[in-house]
Design a protein around this ligand. Structure first.
Ligand code: LFR
Length: 487
């Protein structure tokens, strides 16, 4: 077996981290040991033309993180892999980045949706690309680019873009390509005819590669910064694909919630479900590792909590009312929310009004006011209402996904940052009537690392080999449904 550590660069919508991992063999089949070597904020920047990712800063942090990784394990790192959120991209001409990549929460996409739908009906689009309708799907974003699209000779999604800057290799990894709206979910090849009809030049689509493909070594100037010409591997570069790969399950009748900024709720299938019912329910067919389909629905997720907290911390009156309640951090707020007794009103977390950054608590209150319903009062009740509404939306999506795919579900795995939220996990168990298995928190980075370990031949070739290793390497918490607590 090849030896060596691997480094995962995992970029989330609010923060990034670089983790070094080693598969350590033991009698029971080995475990993954991990060490965080860098953490950094990912703060978007609003300019006159909209909301952007600070991509240069993310690249700088990636270089700094890889330098730290090399220092923590000198000479030991066998490969590096990058994953991030999906759909967003940079356009290039002659290898030069054109413009500053947009954030998917920017409000520019409506024109792109209208333009694409005028050429390809929503029904046909779904039959061809299997994607739930999200206004920020790459195909719609590209349709808003105008002249820039005419000038461009390449489009690279965020992880592929960073890989290009690190190595000079231009490729699009398939799990993330599956979120563009331009990939055929059956053949996993670019749908060039669809691109033609949507007015997207074929030349901007890079060659596709599968997760696990070696892209090349760091270029000499990058290697000089990092300390060594490390090898870069395309991992399942869509963060959700890496997270789902790391579900610590040994069975197949599970639903999952990859719970970070978003709550991605669904099932793992052998083939896409492209029915009209799946389209109407807004379920997506994204590409997973080892030929699997991630049949899932985007639920608004922890964004509602993190952005509410940011709003309260920003606004003076909020800060006063928070400290008056003795709760200034998320964990204190969640404790207070757990103590709220009596029924708490719930709202539709997927209402698009909650998409843009800003005053989420205010928008929640307006949501109730517009419907003439009683609204939650004060931060603790608002937080409880968010948690209850998320648990309800998650449970509903599990039921809907199982029905659409005609599958039985006996357990829900929740992974990612949201798996630490005990109130959410318990209420999900109560509302779904199913046991909820929580953890690992760092599922995405683990999936990233283990795919590299697999490519190095350090573990068996099956998805089951990878998952068994995660199960041996993490503490899983079980939440049983409480019949009396069902709403
Ligand atoms: C989660 C995620 C979702 C995708 C959203 C936007 O981080 O990747 O899977 O729908 O971000 O890219």
């Amino acid at each position: 077996r090849a030896r060596g550590a691997v480094a995962a660069v995992d970029l989330g919508a609010t923060s990034g981290r670089v983790i070094v991992g080693r598969v350590e063999a033991d009698r029971d089949g080995g475990v993954l040991r991990t060490e965080h070597v860098a953490r950094f904020a990912n703060d978007p920047v609003r300019t006159r033309d909209g909301l952007h990712w600070n991509l240069l800063e993310l690249y700088r942090q990636t270089l700094a993180g890889l330098t730290a990784a090399e220092r923590s394990a000198p000479g030991e790192i066998a490969s590096v892999g990058i994953d991030s959120w999906a759909v967003d991209y940079g356009l290039f001409r002659d290898s030069r980045l054109l413009g500053i990549p947009y954030h998917y929460r920017d409000a520019r996409c409506d024109a792109g949706v209208t333009a694409v739908h005028a050429r390809v009906s929503p029904e046909e689009l779904y039959a061809r690309n299997g994607l739930q309708h999200l206004t920020f799907n790459t195909i719609f974003q590209l349709a808003t680019e105008g002249e820039l699209l005419t000038a461009a000779d390449r489009m690279l999604l965020v992880p592929d873009l960073l890989n290009f800057w690190l190595t000079g290799a231009e490729a699009t990894e398939r799990s993330n390509a599956s979120t563009t709206g331009l990939l055929d979910p059956r053949s996993r090849e670019w749908d060039l005819e669809l691109a033609d009809r949507a007015g997207i030049p074929r030349r901007i689509l890079a060659p596709l590669v599968d997760a696990g493909t070696r892209l090349g070594a760091l270029t000499p100037d990058v290697a000089a910064i990092v300390g060594r010409p490390l090898d870069v591997v395309a991992v399942a570069s869509h963060d959700t694909a890496s997270a789902v790969a790391a579900i610590p399950s040994t069975r197949s009748d599970f639903a999952y919630i990859s719970c970070g900024t978003w709550g991605l709720v669904g099932l793992e299938l052998d083939a896409p479900v492209l029915t009209e019912a799946a389209r109407a329910a807004n379920f997506t067919n994204e590409g997973g590792v080892a030929g699997t389909t991630r049949f899932l629905h985007n639920v608004m997720g922890m964004w509602l909590l993190s952005e509410s907290l940011r709003h309260w911390e920003r606004s003076e009156s909020g800060a006063t009312s928070l400290s008056a309640g003795g709760a200034s951090t998320l964990s204190a707020l969640l404790d207070a929310a757990a103590r709220v007794s009596g029924p708490v009103p719930v709202f539709d977390v997927n209402d698009p009004v909650f998409m843009p950054p800003g005053d989420i608590p205010g928008r929640i209150l307006s949501w109730f006011a517009e419907r003439g319903e009683r609204a939650p009062e004060g931060p603790a009740e608002i937080v409880r209402s968010i948690v209850e509404s998320l648990a309800l939306a998650f449970a509903d999506a599990v039921t809907t996904g199982a029905a659409l795919a005609d599958r039985d579900v006996s357990v829900i795995h929740i992974i990612g940052g949201g798996s630490q939220n005990t109130l959410l996990c318990q209420r999900l168990a109560d509302r779904s009537g199913l046991p909820v298995l929580a953890g690992p928190v760092e599922a995405t980075a683990m999936g990233n690392m283990l795919l590299q370990a697999q490519a190095l031949g350090q573990l068996g070739p099956e998805l089951a080999d990878l998952r068994a290793l995660v199960a041996r390497s993490t503490q899983i918490t079980t939440y049983q449904p409480r019949a009396a607590a069902r709403p």
